[in-house]
Design a protein around this ligand. Structure first.
Ligand code: GLN
Length: 561
């Protein structure tokens, strides 16, 4: 079957949730047996997301093949079964670097290299390459229509729709229809303007998805139909919902999938959302809640920890509890008195320290691990969260005062965490690369990234959670445990329960004298999805639930006394 393409653009304002919408639509179409993938085009000059700050751009999502991508790819993997690869996300920077590389190697000899056709041709080539072998491809164009940066992308998809054939392509525009409280009206004017700018570059949207706080009435749809040249059936209302996982069902109720299948003359079974709908069943069964204290640097921007937050929610689905997240600023924790710290962690049923880079707030994180360890509060450490747990244990249990990571202190007394490349004879793993940070070529800091094998130690807690010897997980780190001090730390009671395939790296640590204290070098959040919660998150939320129950009973007993 010839591959069909739906190009998704956004209008009026940014942050409308284009990624979540694209993922939800793909989920619905996939449930009709369509082989689908999603490609995200980002109008940044950065070659990939690896060097972008999480404060500006949200988390960096890592694919199996070790590509550092936009966080929307995380949404795609959570909603559909297709795995994302380096083919699914590309930026303006990547396109330009490819074109410049070709120009330097004499590929365009004699030609003047220009935005049109060279840049647009490269964009088209990459879209077609990413879509190979699929029935349908959603192509999400980052940014908002009207931005200067996204113009080459829009020109490329306009050309592509002619080249592939209009019958095999659709333009879908996601827009905002604001509701004015003062007049009690929905306003379609910004949408009209947004469509006008699309028309001015030769794109007539085939479908319109209207984001709004309330559902769009028939009257408004009729108005949009007349002004924007879009059939009423192709205007979809997407109002705010309390859970993003409800969106596929909301879209299905408006028959968006029928419309697309008919328009593309695709014969496929009707949507089967039964498995997906059962998620809501478990959501509505959530009678209780647990509170997870998440100690990190980016407390005001949940997107910086998007995959962790979603994975925690998945753990809630599986345990029939609502998961509330209390963000704790590691810097504030570091500088506060211990009584204030106690207040911050009051009513927290478990503590999680996610991944991160750089020294800021590190001592606060170490304090939080200590608190979790000493008070037997369930603790999950992810990547940096494992490294700080290791430092804390070395300092406070193994009596290696002055233990630290070389990332934060190059001349500390006990460098218990060291750069990966300090290890000898391991230069051959192809998915590891020399890491370039902020333009500085860092010789000693190789990034170990992507999917890797990890061996679990029998009789460990993680073995009882995963119920297997070998697991595959995703990594993104430059530092690792220094094996030089391992014996001393193990002797003090810390258990190494996961090791790398080459048996050289510590991948998981746990503390056996604690009800639930597990920290891993990999990122389990990247592989969790609502249908299949990652086993560590499932078990962690279960432990939080148990902790809450035990605490509740304790305080009840105390009151009775
Ligand atoms: N900064 C640490 C390292 O490079 C941890 C990385 C992470 O948490 N992703 O190893």
């Amino acid at each position: 079957m010839k591959t069909r393409y739906i190009f998704v653009t956004g209008g009026v304002v940014s942050s409308l949730g284009k990624g979540i919408f694209a993922a939800s639509l793909a989920n619905l179409l996939e449930s009709r047996g369509i082989k689908i993938t999603i490609i995200k085009l980002d109008p940044y000059i950065n070659v990939d997301s690896g060097t972008m700050s999480p404060i500006q751009h949200g988390e960096v999502f890592v694919t199996e093949d070790g590509t550092e991508t936009d966080l929307d790819l995380g949404h795609y993997e959570r909603f559909i079964r297709t795995k994302m690869t380096k083919e699914n996300n590309f930026t303006t920077g990547l396109i330009y670097s490819e074109v410049i590389r070709k120009e330097r190697s004499g590929k365009y000899l004699g030609q003047t290299v220009q935005v049109i056709p060279h840049i647009t041709n490269e964009i088209k080539r990459k879209i077609l390459q990413g879509g190979k072998g699929y029935d349908l491809v959603l192509v999400e164009i980052g940014g908002t229509v009207g931005d200067i940066e996204s113009l080459p992308f829009l020109e490329a998809i306009r050309q592509l729709s002619i080249e592939i054939g209009r019958q095999y392509t659709m333009f879908l525009h996601l827009t905002l229809v604001p509701y004015l409280n003062s007049t009690g009206e929905m306003k379609t004017k910004p949408t009209q303007h947004s469509i006008k700018s699309l028309l001015s570059i030769g794109i007539q949207p085939d479908m319109l998805v209207c984001r709004s706080s309330k559902s769009i009435s028939e009257k408004e749809k009729l108005k949009i139909t007349l002004i924007c040249n879009i059939p009423k059936k192709a205007i979809i209302s997407l109002e705010d919902v309390d859970s993003i996982y409800k969106i596929p069902v909301l879209l299905h109720l408006q028959k968006i999938d029928d419309y697309i299948c008919k328009r593309f003359l695709m014969k496929c079974p009707s949507a089967n959302l039964s498995e997906w709908k059962s998620l809501f069943q478990s959501q509505s069964n959530q009678i209780d809640h647990v509170t997870i204290g998440m100690v990190g640097k980016y407390v005001h921007l949940p997107d910086s920890y998007r995959s962790v937050i979603e994975a925690l929610k998945h753990g809630g689905f599986g345990n029939q509890v609502e998961v509330m997240i209390k963000m704790i600023d590691s810097e504030e924790f570091e500088s506060s008195s211990s009584s204030d710290n106690l207040k911050m962690l009051e009513n927290v049923d478990a503590i999680l320290i996610p991944g991160g880079f750089g020294e800021r707030g590190i001592e606060g994180k170490i304090l939080a691990v200590r608190y979790a360890r000493e008070n037997k509060i369930p603790y999950l450490g992810i990547c940096l969260g494992m490294q700080v747990a290791f430092i804390e244990y070395a300092r406070n249990v193994a009596e290696m005062h002055g233990a630290n990571s070389k990332e934060f202190s190059s001349n500390c007394q006990y460098p218990v965490i060291i750069p990966i490349s300090s290890r000898k004879n391991d230069q051959k793993e192809n998915s590891e690369k020399i890491y370039q940070y902020k333009g500085i070529f860092q010789k000693e800091t190789r990034m170990r990234i992507g999917k890797k094998k990890c061996h679990l130690v029998r009789k460990s807690k993680v073995y009882s959670i995963y119920k297997r010897n070998v697991i595959f997980e995703r990594y993104r780190h430059r530092y690792e445990v220094n094996k030089l001090f391992l014996k001393k730390i193990e002797k003090a009671g810390l258990c190494i329960s996961g090791i790398s395939e080459d048996r050289k790296s510590v991948e998981i640590i746990e503390y056996p004298l604690h009800p639930w204290f597990i920290a891993c070098q990999f990122h389990p959040e990247f592989t969790s999805n609502p249908r299949e919660c990652h086993p560590l998150f499932l078990s962690f939320i279960q432990a939080a639930k148990l902790f809450k129950r035990i605490n509740f009973n304790k305080s009840k007993q105390q009151k009775n006394i």
